[in-house]
Design a protein around this ligand. Sequence first.
Ligand code: PGA
Length: 259
Amino acid sequence: MVNNKKIIIGNWKMNLNVQESSLYLHQLSKIVKTHRDVEVVLSPTTLTLQSLSLQVNLRQFKLAAQNFYWRDQGSYTGEVSATQLRGIVQYGLVGHSERRHIFGESDKDIRSKVEAAVRNHIRPVLCIGETAWERSNGETYDILHDQLIGGFANITSEELSRVVVAYEPVWAVGTGQNALPTYVSAAVSAIRNQIEHLYGKKASESIQVIYGGSVTPDSAADYLALPGVDGLLIGGASLNAHSFNEIIKKAHRGSAVVE
Ligand code: PGA
């Protein structure tokens, strides 16, 4: 059970080739201090997942797929399934704003991917968040509500304990425009309220909700200090092992070093 841990995920997006990814993992594993209260997850491109899975020490880091197809197998040229990723990754990002907005993923696609991940023993990280336009129209909470319902439509309360929600305002992702901690705090409370409405109080308290959007080593602690924020999803600042390590350091609260 990882529910009392902070989760720090590095989303490398379409950056770092096979050699660079391997070098990064080597560098980070040398400088990172592994703590029991922090789960560090690396999300490289699909191409490098297999080789990194052989290199990684799972006591130090877990791996996440950035994307996968929801069917288990078949004639789907160019796709990789959660079934194929099973045993290689422990987490899978689902519904990242770049998938929703650049690749046109629908709530139905996203819901099917959440289910596929759970079915294949991969923890889905459901990414939700409003665009700048939706925010300025006062629709933030409606969007969060719709994306939560859309993503979790077929997830039972038992399965919910295995999922993570990442709140990522679209206007803050990759823009350098990070959301104010008070704004994040209100959105995360709204997410927990909606989970309570759907699954009950216990589920709303135990589900892990993380924040992402232009987080840097300087801003990380402010978000991690917010009640109800269980970790961070880091894009740009995760591409350098040293800056990512600075963020990881902010996440542990003095627990014993594992090794
Ligand atoms: P960013 O990306 O930290 O570069 O804003 C976050 C994400 O895409 O998850």
